[in-house]
Design a protein around this ligand. Sequence first.
Ligand code: 5GP
Ligand code: ZN
Length: 113
Amino acid sequence: MDCLFCKIVAGEIPARKIYEDDQVLAFHDIAPQAPAHFLVIPKKHIATLHDLSEEDDKPLVGHILFVAQRLAEELGCQAGFRVVMNCNELGGQTVHHIHLHVLGQRQMHWPPG
Ligand code: 5GP
Ligand code: ZN
């Protein structure tokens, strides 16, 4: 599987891991866009938001969001944070293995640009 994040899950590429369980992995983004910037990914390869199955993946999506919530709290983002999932080219997705960005510890602005 020629997927960067699958390689991180498999331990073939190093990452600064924050949390791991049987379903998800969280690690610091290599090019942080905020003082706190980490990614929560499913261990299972799912290319984009469009490829999620409503029938199979609902609990997984909920789990990703609750892991993000808990880690944001643990990593000092109590004052607020942003979660983002980019989808496909126009959405700005560069790694085609879904990941929830969590950004915090700075003022966010809207629209994101
Ligand atoms: P996207 O643009 O697909 O929403 O986000 C991909 C994210 O993955 C980017 O924020 C980028 O900095 C991060 N990233 C790309 N390659 C690596 C890597 O090898 N290690 C880590 N930790 N993050 C990466
Ligand atoms: Zn993958």
